[in-house]
Design a protein around this ligand. Sequence first.
Ligand SMILES: NC(=O)c1ccc[n+]([C@@H]2O[C@H](COP(=O)([O-])OP(=O)(O)OC[C@H]3O[C@@H](n4cnc5c(N)ncnc54)[C@H](OP(=O)(O)O)[C@@H]3O)[C@@H](O)[C@H]2O)c1
Length: 332
Amino acid sequence: MNSYQAMVTRSVDNTIRSQIESLQSGELAPGEVRIQAHYAGVNYKDCLSLHGAAKIITQFPRVAGIEVVGEVIESRSEQFLPGDRVLSHGFQRGIEVDGGFAELVQAPAAHLQAIPAGLSAEQVAILGVPGFTAAMALERFEELGLKPDSGLVAVSGAGGAVGRLAIHMLHRAGYRTAALTRKLGNEAALRALGASEVIDISQVIDSKRPIEKPQFAAAIDNVGGAVLSWMLRSLADGGLLASVGNASGNSFDGSVLPFIMRRAQMFGIVANAPWPQRRRLWDKLAGDWKPDFAALQPHVRFIGLNDLLAHAGRQLEGATSGRTVLRFGAAG
Ligand SMILES: NC(=O)c1ccc[n+]([C@@H]2O[C@H](COP(=O)([O-])OP(=O)(O)OC[C@H]3O[C@@H](n4cnc5c(N)ncnc54)[C@H](OP(=O)(O)O)[C@@H]3O)[C@@H](O)[C@H]2O)c1
């Protein structure tokens, strides 16, 4: 048995608390592998879990972290051998089963995939769930007929991880984007990532018009609430809206007008995708949709396990920006 460090989230007297603890690794079941974690992206949902700010974790104690990138060190599956570099996200990791905020992670081989050729482990970690989610939205848009000459694509929560990666990936794929943000101070950074326009959401969301000037061929919403309402009302004829996130809340006001006057289509994105789509999109992220990692570099921050709790608190307050990745000693 090996001892390892993990950020453990417990419910004590109905209060959620997270702290670093030393755990002992257990026996692997048939079909399982043990991973030495090198990176774990820090997602908004993980921050909610760590601070008990929403009911995400189903059973305590739990190691949060919906994604992990690392190296197989022990295997009871024929699919993976020690030394294989792998990634895993979703499949209730960090929610119903222990997740990525630990030096060692145990997982069924069925929840893992090899790091795609063309990406390093660090690059996979930088993309993680946010990059995969942006790729899901882009794939769906293109399935529904969106093309670079269709028009402007709006991205809300532009300063966050999904927002920045979506803007950059859309730009690389030839699309013009409008970044919607609360923080105009990020304008230069968002334009450097490829945003064609930057819109201060405080200037638009108080509008009470039943329908707005048609300006977006498509939109990715990471925020919900009044921002989602405004984007939906601002879609052009045949516009597409991908609902991804709820950083400002779950509900939104709306009417049927965007649907019956402009043929709007709105749909949800769930990153916990089935297998064929996972492999297909990770291959795209390693190929045609591979970001310019040098351009992403100023938008990515690496932290250690000791910094995780404080970082998560700041991310929930909206005081952070870009993509944050937990880096374990082995990868440092
Ligand atoms: N559907 C899925 O499978 C899936 C996958 C990944 C993420 N998500 C969800 O997508 C959302 C974004 O994720 P993320 O990783 O990008 O999170 P993030 O890095 O924390 O960024 C969220 C961004 O939303 C904006 N924001 C935050 N609070 C807001 C508020 N009260 N009002 C308006 N804007 C606000 C901010 O952008 P500005 O600073 O630019 O205003 C912030 O940077 C989260 O809700 C997350 O849970 C869903």
